[in-house]
Design a protein around this ligand. Structure first.
Ligand SMILES: Cc1cc2nc3c(=O)[nH]c(=O)nc-3n(C[C@H](O)[C@H](O)[C@H](O)COP(=O)(O)O)c2cc1C
Length: 345
């Protein structure tokens, strides 16, 4: 029904602009999030629950291993409704210290024949202050929430660490884990933070801050993870691994969108990060490499082009402890989580 009726109708609405459709959908999900009875109905219809799906990874318990990837709910306005649709966890954000509008529109493009998207959003979000103030008034979601944090566009590169620390402190009470996003291609200079020295300084500061907030508040430190790009060389991935292990990073998320256009049947001539089916092979390759090199030292979350139970199985076989989806949630609809979870069982 999603592919035959809902998807074509939504694609045609609003002149077919993907971002307008996304906002329309987010407004509905945010509205539904306020009503327990509605959430229950959605959960009964969609969420697939079984003890065999539960996982404990970096000290956090997950009801199932299929999560929503970063960037879908940038301000965390619809977490309860997204949880009711059957995700095992949600990576909310990416949030920046300063509220920012992101890049000029249009900035999301569908390439339907390849089940792919190109986006150059540039972290539009309400900013860490406004988001944390709103979260303080809302009930805790029923599944683990990771908050993805990034650098504000206006912040100079040499002040990036303070920017991340600010968002970490603000969102600390509302996160089960944090993702340090150094891999989105649409914020100038962000990917340079994946280089060994800047990454080392950033992760040392963020992990230390997480541990010190936890000590002061008498709780366990919230795990800090790093999300990397698929466009790194083996040597660069080795550097990331070395830094993560020495700085007590608890996991690696691989991968973000790619700047390559490999696997696309036509180049639509738009700048930005490519996601969906064309990314699948490279994301799997990076996850396999990471898992082999890490040999279980810290877990890996696999993301990139997962659109079927078989894609998910290949990611788990490669060694991923959890997986995330974004583009296939749009192309396949919410049934995709249930199909993957059924196969896992
Ligand atoms: C429109 C859009 C916005 C995104 N925004 C973010 C973001 O803010 N932070 C982030 O870490 N990743 C972001 N991503 C990347 C996804 O989280 C994911 O890593 C990538 O799309 C690959 O997974 P997929 O092929 O399942 O979509 C975004 C992706 C898309 C398509």
């Amino acid at each position: 029904m999603y592919k035959a009726i809902i998807r074509p109708t939504m694609y045609r609405a609003w002149g077919g602009d993907p971002e307008t459709m996304h906002h329309w959908m987010m407004d509905r999900l945010a509205f539904i999030s306020r009503f327990q009875a509605l959430l229950k109905i959605i959960e009964v219809a969609n969420a697939y629950k079984a003890p065999g799906l539960e996982r404990e990874v970096f000290g956090v318990r997950f009801p199932n291993p299929v999560g929503l990837a970063g960037g879908f709910d940038k301000n965390g306005v619809a977490l309860p409704a997204l949880a009711a649709l059957g995700f095992g966890f949600i990576e909310a954000g990416t949030v920046t210290r300063h509220k920012q509008p992101g890049n000029e529109k249009p900035r999301i493009f569908r390439i339907t024949e390849d089940d792919a998207l190109i986006n150059r959003m540039g972290f539009p979000n309400e900013g860490a202050d406004a988001i944390s103030e709103r979260l303080a008034k809302e009930p805790t979601p029923s599944i683990p929430i990771g908050w993805s944090i990034g650098k504000s566009k206006i912040t100079p590169q040499d002040e990036a660490i303070d920017d991340y620390l600010y968002s970490l402190r603000k969102l600390y009470p509302y996160a089960n884990f944090f993702t340090i996003n150094v891999s989105s291609p649409n914020t100038p200079g962000l990917r340079q933070l994946q280089d060994k020295e800047p990454l080392d300084r950033l992760l040392q500061a963020v992990v230390q801050e997480s541990e010190s907030i936890a000590t002061k508040s008498g709780v366990n430190a919230k795990p800090v993870l790093v999300k990397i790009a698929p466009d790194l060389s083996e040597e660069q991935i080795n550097d990331v691994i070395e830094v993560c292990l020495s700085r007590r990073v608890r996991g690696i998320i691989a991968t973000n969108t790619t700047l390559t256009r490999n696997g696309l049947s036509r180049d639509i001539g738009e700048a930005g990060g490519l996601s969906g089916r064309p990314l699948r092979a490279r994301a799997l390759e990076v996850v396999s490499y990471l898992c082999k090199r890490l040999d279980g030292a810290i877990p890996v979350i696999g993301v990139g082009g997962i659109a079927s139970p078989d894609d998910a199985r290949r990611m788990f076989d490669a060694g991923a402890s959890l997986i995330q989806i974004y583009t296939s949630f749009i192309y396949e609809g919410p049934g995709i989580m249930k199909r993957i979870n059924k196969q896992i069982l």
